[in-house]
Design a protein around this ligand. Sequence first.
Ligand SMILES: *Cc1c(COP(=O)(O)O)cnc(C)c1O
Length: 407
Amino acid sequence: MQVTRDTFNDVMVPNYNPADMVPVRGEGSRVWDQHDNEFIDFAGGIAVNVLGHCHPALTQALISQGNKLWHLSNVFTNEPALRLAKKLTDATFADKVYFANSGAEANEAALKLARRFALEMHGTQRSEIIAFKQGFHGRTFFTVTVGGQPAYSDGFGPKPGDILHCEFGNLDMLASMMSDKTCAIMMEPLQGEGGIIVPDPAFVKGVRELCDKHHALLIFDEVQSGMGRTGKLFEYMNLGVRPDILTTAKSLGGGFPIGAMLTTAAIAEHLKPGTHGSTYGGNPLACAVAEAVFDVVNTPQVLDGVAHKEALFREHLNRINAKYHVFEEIRGKGMLLGCALNEQYKGRAKDFMVAATNEGLMCLVAGMNVVRFAPSLVIPDKDIIEGLEKFERGIAGLVAQPVALTK
Ligand SMILES: *Cc1c(COP(=O)(O)O)cnc(C)c1O
């Protein structure tokens, strides 16, 4: 059967607006489309393909588990899930793991756990969840309402209640919002979708102190920042601030859908049998792939390589900017970088993305003003350099044009 990009418009719900080209295969940080055009991949499936496409260790894990056992449901446990949970708890602050299938589901579990914990420990008045403007936590109705962009949760009827939003970075405002009604604070230790916003470490430490003072739980959403992307297994390790609950997904599966919520034994106790669950969550196929991801990522070779690759990106991006004067700032950490457009190009991030794609580079935006890169942690240096040459050609074409390409 012949399918093209036009087929999308015929048969798919129009909630996405994908690129014109249709990728058909990938290897490492390169991807080929239906017409065999080659692309360098700085998008990484939105911070998912942490080891690029078809990494041999991941393909091997998928095939070998695929020949053994795919799915059981949580009526039975399974070896890959138990091994992955053991590795995640050994490597982090956490004692316990709950597996889900996505970031939103991991966050949904975290929020429900926080509410249940507060109810059982402190009573019914402690139900307020405080999150941050521009934050993103997924698209289920609870998580999207906790997210800090009301446009994403408007228009679906009555929203879940007792959810407040504070300015990201404003500790005084947070202090004034907290009380004995505060159940939990949910935050990204590095905001991704909101525009690659790295908070002041002192702010994050202050949030932890306020949570301790008010007996509120601190939930770190590391769905985008986690699994090595910032050079440590999780960003909380760079910040030196321990959350009570941490969620991860995206890079955890390296391209296979999986999410996880990590917490301490004392908090985990409150999700007693029957309180929460998922049919697929922790299925052997997903956990076998994620275990292979973990084994490769959580090594000095991969984690220590991230800083070098970040430096290479920054060096070339600064050089490009010195020539074309399009960015106000290059920000982010490790393999999660944002090029914030200056005043002259405000609102045109998508034009930059389209111009890059036309030159053979896949990248992302984060809002209207930031071009985002979330490539593989093991992207070869020569792919970084070649990709940035394509990016530069895209920018050269764009600055030569007087009007916007896309609305
Ligand atoms: C992508 C993302 C999510 C949602 O993950 P899904 O797998 O799309 O449900 C949640 N939180 C953060 C920080 C994310 O970047």
